[in-house]
Design a protein around this ligand. Structure first.
Ligand SMILES: Cc1cc2nc3c(=O)[nH]c(=O)nc-3n(C[C@H](O)[C@H](O)[C@H](O)COP(=O)(O)OP(=O)(O)OC[C@H]3O[C@@H](n4cnc5c(N)ncnc54)[C@H](O)[C@@H]3O)c2cc1C
Length: 443
């Protein structure tokens, strides 16, 4: 394909689109505003600790992850299935007996969740693993809470387990998010591993960027694109200093910037956010909790605590303990770091009264108000197609699919395919609109 394509934004979506088009023979330049690519998937090093920006995990069952990533090369570390439900003076393990038989007995005696709820969970798991993978984001939509209530789950199960667990995934502990997100992630959790790369979550975009460069993509970092203009004969991409002519452009920025650059009004702009903190304990003090996420059943401050160094010892230097806590809700965005630290100290002390957390030390606080685009019921019916802008301008980004690594990777593939289709059918010709679909519906 003898086409010059400019890509604006070097997150997961832009990187996948760039590599696919370059592999197809296009001359691809990717412009990234920041000093490094990766977008929302970032990792920092503080005092030798590996700290992801926000708590982020990869589901190995994401079809797009299997397609776009070399999972073996990421040297993945796995969480244990299930979760530990915590409240003052009580910790209860909830495991999937089919996938973690070792925890099944403990799980069977978990009094946080009734036997009927456990049975319903297994039935739901069976139903969703049988469901046609192309139909997940289709059809009538309702909030997660209503969906679970309709299926007979008890309010205690919903409040003690689902609210903190899926609240952490959707960044919405009220469970007013679309049931489609719940169903899709529930299936992913049931059919694959929950993992992080040993070198930090940023190993994912680093691998994508390396493969893109190897395919011939030119990556221009610290280059802020100010405008993208469709011309009669191609497209002009402008920075403050330079204009670039090309045959096609893909706008792969976060949703609000994509809306500004493209003018497409169906791009959603409401966001969901979180605040995360990273902590360590004094040298020599271990916190052996196992590799499960700790859910706060009693309060949302914090919503959950992750024993990161139990899951990935490589995240910590010299066998030190590393913990992450996630806070949800608008008020957490303005709460002082020291106040958030004391919330976590208080919660951990109440869950583990036999231990002292006086030495819990704060390493970093990340405030991320725009971690995801909001996904209320019905949102997926109105998302833009990758070829929604006029002429040879295309969209890539999670906001064309759903808000997750899967959605971002998949949108990059769909955008690249749309550019290729348009080129093959003649760039000057209007082409049949390619409707993007969430997940792997276009397989
Ligand atoms: C805290 C947090 C936790 C998350 N947890 C998970 C999780 O556990 N599992 C999961 O699957 N997903 C998770 N996600 C979601 C996932 O990270 C995102 O869906 C995905 O990274 C979005 O990728 P993207 O390429 O669509 O957008 P982005 O990553 O936002 O990339 C867009 C890029 O465009 C660049 N850009 C913007 N404007 C311009 C411009 N004018 N010119 C040039 N460049 C520009 C930006 O700098 C950025 O690099 C999480 C996200 C966050 C923030």
């Amino acid at each position: 394909m003898d086409t010059e394509v400019h890509i604006v934004g070097g997150g997961l979506a832009g990187l996948v689109a760039a590599r696919r088009l370059a592999t197809d023979g296009a001359d691809v330049t990717l412009f990234e505003r920041e000093a490094q690519v990766g977008g929302r998937v970032q990792t920092h090093t503080v005092d030798g600790f590996t700290l992801d920006r926000g708590f982020q995990v990869l589901f190995t069952s994401y079809p797009a992850a299997q397609r776009e990533l070399d999972l073996d090369a990421l040297d993945l570390r796995s969480f244990a299935p299930g979760a530990t439900i915590c409240r003052p003076n009580s910790r209860a393990v909830l495991a999937d007996p089919l996938r973690a038989p070792g925890a099944a007995l403990e799980s069977a005696f978990n009094t946080e969740v009734t036997f009927t709820d456990k049975l319903r969970t297994l039935l739901l798991r069976f139903g969703l693993t049988q469901k046609d993978s192309e139909s997940f984001f289709n059809g009538p939509d309702i909030p997660i809470r209503e969906y679970l209530s309709e299926r007979g789950f008890s309010p205690a199960y919903v409040d003690n387990f689902v609210a903190p667990f899926y609240g952490g995934i959707t960044l919405d502990r009220s469970l007013s998010t679309s049931k489609h997100v719940f169903e899709y992630t529930f299936r992913c959790l049931s059919t694959g591993q929950t993992v992080v790369p040993a070198a930090g979550i940023e190993a994912i975009p680093q691998q994508l960027a390396r493969r893109a460069r190897e395919s011939g993509v030119t990556v221009e970092t610290e280059t802020h694109v100010e405008s993208v203009t469709a011309e009669s004969e191609g497209v002009t991409v402008a920075t403050a200093e330079t204009t670039y002519q090309g045959d096609a452009a893909i706008i792969a920025t976060p949703a609000p910037e994509a809306r500004r650059l493209s003018g497409v009004e169906s791009i959603p702009t409401d966001t969901a956010g979180c605040v995360t903190q990273w902590y360590t304990l004094p040298e020599g003090i271990k916190f052996e909790t196992g590799k499960q996420i700790l859910l706060n059943a009693a309060s949302s401050r914090p919503n959950s605590v992750v024993p990161a160094s139990e899951v990935a010892p490589e995240y910590s230097p010299e066998a030190r303990t590393l913990l992450n806590a996630t806070f949800l809700g608008a008020e957490s965005q303005t709460r002082e770091p020291e106040a958030l630290l004391s919330d976590t100290r208080e919660a951990l002390s109440s869950w583990y009264p036999e231990r002292s957390f006086d030495g819990l030390e704060l390493l970093a606080t990340d405030r991320i108000p725009d971690a995801q685009f909001s996904q209320p019921p019905g949102v997926f019916d109105g998302l833009p197609a990758v070829d929604a802008p006029a002429g040879p301008v295309f969209l890539a980004g999670e906001f064309t699919e759903w808000s997750a690594i899967q959605g971002a990777l998949e949108s990059g593939r769909h955008a690249a395919a749309a550019v290729t289709d348009k080129h093959r059918t003649g760039l000057a010709e209007p082409v049949l609109r390619v409707q993007t679909f969430p997940a792997e519906r276009r397989e």
